[in-house]
Design a binder for this molecule. Structure first.
Ligand SMILES: [Zn+2]
Length: 478
């Protein structure tokens, strides 16, 4: 007996449950992609599967709708795989253990992948439904959205005729996302040679910072554990020599690091300076990061391989000089961050220290300028710099008839007020808008809570409202 068989819309939750039964974390979409291809074949749809496993499906217009402009429906097939520490599931091999709790679908011990499995489920339910009147439907289901939108970037869109897109990858009902920042990642590497050094080995351990998404939550002013650790080190550098032994922080490019740990050899005087700086920092961040701890522990005399004094100092200066957090706020949209960056993963290796910065801006020229700044600072220190994962901004259109129609329809259907918004994080609409000249796009979706965490849950009632809304959009296209 299916777990979701009593949930409505029945066919949406039928497909959602099937999707939950197929492992589909980012970079592991082969199976789910094959499932979509099988669906297309079984329903006689024109389909395209590319080498990265993106799938495009096309359903020609129903009778009487042949002259209506095609509509593009879009979601992504990959999910973020996160699990509770005590959950033993192998998310690359096993399906999820879904259940219904208080009107929400959730997965025991793991993320649910409602983001964005529910979009795929809604799209399949629409494609199989022969009752719906529809223009030519062009469906795009991408891979690797969650890890830098690589699927959308690689996508060939030459078979698409539509210039109106309904993206289904938002997680707050009633919010009509209509623009987003562009971004890129910069990898910076500073070379050095280690040497054997003896002295007091000190551990500086910054942990339990609040963290968060490097785009959506960069405006909160939360502590970046690596910059915090570096501030503590800078206090030491001011009064004494230091020799870095280890320096590691962050787990993801697109997350604000919650913990960073440093080992160094230095003097007692430096330890005192670091302790005073740590105390000041804890006071400064008492509101944003109330759980933050900065432990400074003397591990005793040791002889270790460490970075020489000059390079250790330069590394601290380099990170201190690299901008961090919000750079400018938008003048167009109140409360929107325009340009920011986040130092994500930092690692001291055998012969270099590397760190990655995620840059974002809704203004292309502002991003270019920030890239130049980060690069010039790094190069002045003798670093190697490389750029990857560049994606364009999705520019907010002040006037859009398409968006106005959708908003009015939603408000009439639900009696709720729609909110038009833009985001300081990447969404695939930006990439598609840059590939399809003249594209008008809106991103919506049903209510989901705590996405990308094992507490993720999907509202059943909201899914039904959004599904009915999407059907109505399709049926009323003119
Ligand atoms: Zn998503």
């Amino acid at each position: 007996m299916a777990v979701l068989s009593n949930c409505k819309p029945e066919r949406v939750f039928h497909y959602f449950e099937e999707i939950c039964g197929i492992p589909h974390p980012s970079y592991h979409e082969e199976q789910i992609s094959a499932y979509l291809v099988e669906f297309a074949k079984a329903h006689n749809l024109e389909y395209y599967q590319d080498e990265v496993y993106n799938v495009i499906m096309i359903k020609e217009a129903s009778a009487g709708m042949e002259n209506v402009e095609p509509l593009i429906l879009q979601g992504h097939m990959d999910m973020v795989a996160e699990q509770e520490p005590d959950c033993k599931k192998d998310m690359l091999k096993e399906g999820l253990d879904i259940e219904v709790v208080d009107g929400y679908v959730t997965a025991k011990g793991t993320t649910l992948g409602g983001d964005d499995g529910v979009a795929v489920a809604m799209i399949l339910a629409i494609l199989e439904d022969e009752e719906i009147k529809h223009p030519r439907l062009e469906v795009i289901i991408t891979v690797c959205e969650e890890v830098g939108m690589e699927g959308a970037t690689a996508l060939d869109v030459s078979m698409l005729k539509g210039r109106k897109l309904l993206n289904l990858d938002s997680e707050e009902e009633g919010h009509f996302l209509s623009g987003c920042a562009g971004g890129c990642r910069m990898d910076i590497s500073y070379p050095f040679k280690k040497q054997q050094i003896s002295g007091n080995l000190i551990l500086v351990d910054v942990k339990d910072c609040t963290g968060g998404h490097s785009g959506a939550e960069i405006d909160k002013g939360r502590a970046n554990a690596s910059h915090i650790a570096n501030r503590v080190l800078a206090a030491a550098v001011e009064v004494a020599d230091i020799n870095l032994v280890d320096y590691v922080g962050g787990t993801k490019d697109n997350a604000i690091p919650r913990s960073t740990s440093v080992k160094l050899v230095t003097s007692d005087e430096a330890v005192k300076a670091m302790e005073a700086e740590a105390k000041a920092i804890l006071n400064e961040y008492a509101v944003t990061d109330p759980q933050m701890k900065i432990d400074i522990v003397n591990e005793g005399n040791a002889s270790v391989a460490a970075v020489n004094t000059e390079d250790s100092k330069k590394i601290v200066q380099l990170i201190l000089a690299t901008p961090d957090g919000v750079q400018t706020m938008s003048h167009d949209i109140e409360g929107l961050v325009e340009t920011s960056l986040n130092l994500g993963i930092l690692n001291l290796n055998e012969d270099n220290i590397t760190y990655a910065c995620a840059l974002r801006s809704s203004v292309a020229t502002a991003m270019t300028s920030l890239m130049r700044r980060v690069e010039m600072i790094a190069k002045a220190f003798g670093c190697q710099v490389s750029v990857r994962g560049v994606y364009p901004a999705w520019e907010f259109k002040r006037n859009s008839d398409y968006r106005d129609e959708l908003v009015k329809m939603y408000e009439d259907m639900t009696g709720n007020k729609a909110i038009i918004e833009t985001m300081h994080a990447g969404v695939e609409c930006g990439i598609l808008a840059n590939k399809l000249q003249g594209l008008e796009a809106v991103s919506i979706g049903p209510d989901m809570l705590d996405i990308h965490t094992p507490k993720e849950r999907l509202s059943i009632a909201s899914t039904e409202r959004i599904y009915n809304f999407v059907r109505k959009v399709i049926e009323t296209r003119k």
